[in-house]
Design a binder for this molecule. Structure first.
Ligand code: SF4
Length: 697
C-alpha cells in the first residue's frame, strides 16, 4: 500500500483534515484525520466521497487558445501581451481578476500581489464576495479588523448556541456533528435556530424562529434593548473596552416591540423566549452564515449580532462569542492575503496611506493600488460597459453563480479578452474564454488553506499531475514575469508562504491582528511537515489555541471595539407582480456548480435534480402538484424547476438550490432570476430575499 498523506478537504469552510492513500493500482481511499482539530476524524458525505470525484474525465489538460490546443509558452505570452497592450492603451483599471475561495492561499497571494502591487489597480475580487464579505465588513466596523474571535470548541463549551442564517446540518456538516454530539452528551445545552425555513438543522433545536427574510437586524436590535432594560449588560466591559453603546442602544430602543414583531414576523411568545434564553445564559455563541451575509442588510445584521455580544461581554471567553461560519475552504485565506477588492494583504487597509506605503515597500513594487477596486457585481457591470477589457477568471463559474447571471454571461461573452484558469474543460464560463489555462485539482494542489476558526492547514498533493495542468500561482507568476515583473518569480509554494508570513509581521507591533511571522523563514522540509495551527503566531512564539478580545485588545487605534447603531430595514420586497420571496442555498451533497461533486453517483443519489420548495397551501392555490414543473420569474429572468411541496417552507416563499446550471439541467439556473442588489457596505449580493412570481408551467 502507498503512504498516507495528510491533507485538507477542498469543500466547505470547516476545513476538515483528510488522510488520503493511493494503492499500487492507483485506487485512492480517504478517511477523516483523527488528529485534525477541526474534525477529529469526522467527515461528511462530500468529504467521504472525495475519491469518487478525482478522475480525469472532463478535465482541462492542456492550454487552449480559441478552442485549439496551444503550448504553455504560446498561451502565457498571449495573456501577458494582451494584458500589457490593454493596460498601455486604457490604464490599469481596464483589466481585472475574478478569483475564488477555492484557490489556495499561495495562489491568492500571487494574484493579489500581481494586481495590486504591479499592475497597480485593485480590480481583483472573488466569489468570496458572495460568501462572507458582509462578515468581513461587520468585523472591521466592530473590531477594527477582520477577526473571528473564537474556536469551534466554543460551540461545544457554550450553554446556548444560536444559529442564524445557517443550515449547519447541510452546509457545515462536521460542525453540526460536533454540536449534535455535544448536545447529546449534555442535553442542557440549548440550541436556537433562526431561519425562515425548517431545515434539517432544526432537528436538534430547542427553539426554531421561522423569521421573515432579513428580519435579523430587528430581532437583534430588540434583543439589545431587552438586555439593557433587564440590566443584563456588562457595564464594566462596555466601559473599559468599547465605544458607541449609547447610540446603538438609542437606535435599538427606538424600535418598538410591535415593530420587532412586524419585521421579524415572529410570535411574541417565541421572541420573549429567545430574549430570556440569551439574557439568562452566560455562555452564548451566535453563529451566522449566508442567511446573514447574503443580504442587502448583511453588514448591519452582523453588527446587530456583535452589538449584543459586546454589550454582555460575551466574547473571547470559552463558550462565548459571535462566530462567522465561512462558506468556502479558503475564503479566510483569501481574506488574509487581501483577495477582496477593498482590502490589502495581511489584513491591511487599502484606504490607509500608511498601509499602502508599507505593502509597497515590502513588495518593492513599482506601484500600489491607490483606491479600492470593483466588487464582484460592479466588476461584471464594468465588463458589460466595456470599462474592463481584459478579464482573468480563476477557479469559479460566475456565469452560474452571480446574480442576474444571463447578463453576466453576455458581458463575459462580449469582453474583448477573457482568460479562464480551471481544472474542468466544459463549464458555463469556460465556453466564453479566449484562453483556457489548465489548473490543478484536489490531490494535485500544494499549499495552505485557512478555515473558519483561523486554522491554517496544508493541502498536500498525492496524485501525479495530469496532462500539462499547472498550479494557479505558477500561471500568474509566469504571466507576471512575461509582463516584466520579476518579483512574482517564485519557485515553490513554500517560498510564497514564507513571503506572506513575513509581510504579516512587517512593521507589525501588535497593531494588526493577522501575524504569522513565526513562519517568515520557513523552509521546504518544515513547510512539508506543517501541522495545522491557528493564527496569530508572531515571531518567537509557539503554536497555541487562541481567542481574541476577552479583555479588549481590539484593533481600532484606541484598542476599543465599536458598537454600530444599525437600522432595521423593511423586510417585505414583494409586490402584486412578484408576490413570492425567493431564497437560495446549498443542499447537503453538492458543492457550488457541481463540477466536482456531480461526478459522484453516490452524492447525486441524495437529491438528483433541482427543486423548488413550496408550501402546500401555496401549491394548492397555484394548482401545482408535487413534482410538477413551476416557473419562477423575476424582472431579471426565469427558471423552470420541479416543485417540492413541503410544509418546511413558509407560506409565500420558495427555496431553490444554487447548484444547477443550464448546462446540467435546462433552465434551472436560479442565478438568472436573482436581482443584482447588494449590501451597501460590503457589496455582497442579496440572494435570500428576492421578489418573484411563481406559476404552474
Ligand atoms: Fe469537507 Fe466541509 Fe464536509 Fe468537512 S464538513 S468533510 S470540510 S465538506
Amino acid at each position: 500500500m502507498g503512504a498516507e498523506v495528510k491533507t485538507t478537504c477542498p469543500y466547505c469552510g470547516v476545513g476538515c483534515g483528510v488522510i488520503a492513500k493511493v494503492d499500487e493500482t492507483g485506487t485512492v481511499t480517504v478517511k477523516g484525520d483523527p488528529e485534525h482539530p477541526a474534525n477529529f476524524g469526522r467527515l461528511c458525505s462530500k468529504g467521504s466521497a472525495l475519491a469518487e470525484t478525482i478522475d480525469l474525465d472532463g478535465r482541462l489538460l492542456h492550454p487552449e487558445i480559441k478552442g485549439r490546443q496551444a503550448s504553455w509558452d504560446e498561451a502565457l505570452d498571449l495573456v501577458a501581451s494582451r494584458f500589457c497592450e490593454i493596460i498601455a492603451q486604457h490604464g490599469p483599471e481596464s483589466v481585472a481578476f475574478y478569483v475564488s475561495g477555492q484557490l489556495l492561499t499561495e495562489d491568492y497571494y500571487v494574484a493579489n500581489k500581481l494586481m495590486k502591487g504591479f499592475i497597480g489597480a485593485a480590480n481583483i475580487d472573488t466569489n468570496s464576495r458572495l460568501c462572507m464579505s458582509s462578515s468581513v465588513a461587520g468585523h472591521r466596523r466592530a473590531f477594527g479588523s477582520d477577526t473571528v474571535p473564537g474556536l469551534y470548541e466554543d460551540l461545544e463549551l457554550a450553554d446556548l448556541v444560536i444559529l442564524t442564517g445557517s443550515n449547519l446540518a447541510w452546509c457545515h456538516p462536521v460542525i453540526y456533528q460536533r454540536l449534535a454530539a455535544a448536545k447529546a452528551a449534555r442535553p442542557g445545552l440549548k440550541i436556537v435556530v433562526i431561519d425562515p425555513r425548517r431545515t434539517m438543522t432544526c432537528d436538534i433545536a430547542d427553539l426554531h424562529l421561522a423569521i421573515r427574510p432579513d428580519g435579523d437586524v430587528a430581532l437583534f436590535m430588540g434583543l439589545l434593548a431587552h438586555l439593557a432594560a433587564s440590566s443584563a449588560i456588562d457595564q464594566n466591559y462596555i466601559g473599559a473596552y468599547t465605544e458607541g453603546f449609547g447610540a446603538a442602544f438609542a437606535a435599538a430602543a427606538a424600535l418598538t416591540s410591535d415593530e420587532v414583531l412586524d419585521r421579524t414576523g415572529l410570535p411574541a411568545m417565541q421572541v420573549r423566549e429567545f430574549f430570556r434564553l440569551f439574557e439568562t445564559t452566560e455562555k452564548v455563541v451566535t453563529c451566522y452564515s449566508q442567511g446573514v451575509n447574503q443580504s442587502a442588510s448583511g453588514t448591519d445584521k452582523v453588527n446587530a449580532i456583535i452589538n449584543c455580544h459586546l454589550a454582555t461581554g460575551r466574547i473571547g471567553r470559552p463558550g462565548t462569542g459571535p462566530f462567522s461560519l465561512t462558506g468556502q475552504p479558503n475564503a479566510m485565506g483569501g481574506r488574509e492575503v487581501g483577495g477582496l477588492a477593498n482590502m490589502l494583504a495581511a489584513h491591511m487597509a487599502i484606504e490607509s496611506a500608511g498601509d499602502r506605503d508599507r505593502v509597497q515597500r515590502f513588495w518593492n513594487a513599482p506601484s500600489i493600488a491607490a483606491k479600492p477596486g470593483l466588487k464582484a457585481v460592479d466588476l461584471f457591470g464594468a465588463v458589460e460597459e466595456g470599462r474592463v477589457k481584459a478579464l482573468w477568471i480563476m477557479a469559479t463559474n460566475p456565469v452560474v453563480s452571480l446574480p442576474d447571471a444571463r447578463r453576466v454571461e453576455a458581458a463575459i461573452a462580449a469582453c474583448p479578452f477573457v482568460v479562464v484558469s480551471d481544472m474542468v474543460r466544459e463549464t458555463d464560463t469556460t465556453q466564453h474564454a479566449d484562453v483556457l489555462l489548465p489548473s490543478l485539482g484536489w490531490g494535485e494542489k500544494d499549499g495552505t488553506v485557512t478555515n473558519s476558526e483561523r486554522r491554517i492547514s496544508r493541502q498536500r498533493p498525492f496524485l501525479t499531475l495530469p496532462g500539462e495542468a499547472r498550479a494557479d500561482w505558477w500561471q500568474m507568476a509566469e504571466v507576471g514575469r512575461r509582463m516584466g515583473f520579476t518579483a512574482c518569480d517564485y519557485t515553490s509554494p513554500a517560498d510564497i508562504f514564507a513571503e506572506h508570513a513575513a509581510l504579516s509581521a512587517f512593521e507589525n507591533d501588535g497593531d494588526r491582528d493577522f501575524d504569522i511571522g513565526a513562519y517568515a523563514d520557513i523552509q521546504q522540509p518544515v513547510y512539508d511537515a506543517l501541522e495545522p495551527f491557528q493564527w496569530p503566531q508572531p515571531y518567537g512564539t509557539e503554536a497555541r489555541e487562541t481567542r481574541f478580545f476577552s479583555d479588549g485588545g481590539f484593533f481600532h487605534p484606541d484598542r476599543k471595539a465599536r458598537f454600530v447603531a444599525v437600522e432595521a430595514p423593511a423586510t417585505d420586497r414583494t409586490d402584486a407582480a412578484y408576490p413570492f420571496t425567493l431564497n437560495t442555498g446549498r443542499i447537503r451533497d453538492q458543492w457550488h456548480t457541481m463540477t466536482r461533486t456531480g461526478k459522484s453517483a453516490r452524492l447525486s443519489s441524495h437529491i438528483a435534480e433541482p427543486f423548488a420548495e413550496i408550501h402546500p397551501r401555496d401549491a394548492m392555490e397555484l394548482g401545482v402538484a408535487d413534482a410538477a414543473l413551476v416557473q419562477i420569474e423575476s424582472s431579471y429572468g426565469k427558471a423552470i424547476i420541479r416543485a417540492l411541496v413541503t410544509d418546511r417552507q413558509a407560506r409565500g416563499s420558495v427555496f431553490v438550490p444554487m447548484h444547477w446550471s443550464d448546462q446540467n439541467s435546462a433552465e434551472a439556473r436560479i442565478g438568472a432570476v436573482i436581482k443584482p442588489a447588494t449590501d451597501p457596505v460590503s457589496g455582497q449580493p442579496a440572494s435570500k430575499n428576492v421578489a418573484v412570481a411563481v406559476s404552474r408551467y
